[in-house]
Design a protein around this ligand. Sequence first.
Ligand SMILES: [Zn+2]
Length: 125
Amino acid sequence: MTRLSSKTPTARKSHICDGCNTEIAAGTVYAEYRGVYEGSEYVRRHHVECRDAEAELNSINDLDGEDWMTIAEHYEEAGDELLADLPPIVADRLRLWVKRSEDRSAARLAAARAALSAATGTGEA
Ligand SMILES: [Zn+2]
């Protein structure tokens, strides 16, 4: 993994944070890293707070290169205990991400049930 550049531009349009998976709204200053990994260029965009928290967690756990974990991956592994150690704004974003994931799962399940009942003729449709 080769780092090409890092900067903190202001978002002209909204992005998804590669750390917490929630929105980086247009107008927000964010952390952008460009690099090359296995011959391909990559771009990573983070909320500044997410990037700082993620870098600190990876440093504490001695994770680098291919072992690098996003803040969301740390959260999935450590669970809610981790939230107390994070800046509140980062903890709130991770809670929002989990809630949206659960909402999406519930919506997919409902859609699948509706399709199944339509296909088998057992539904109220
Ligand atoms: Zn973030």
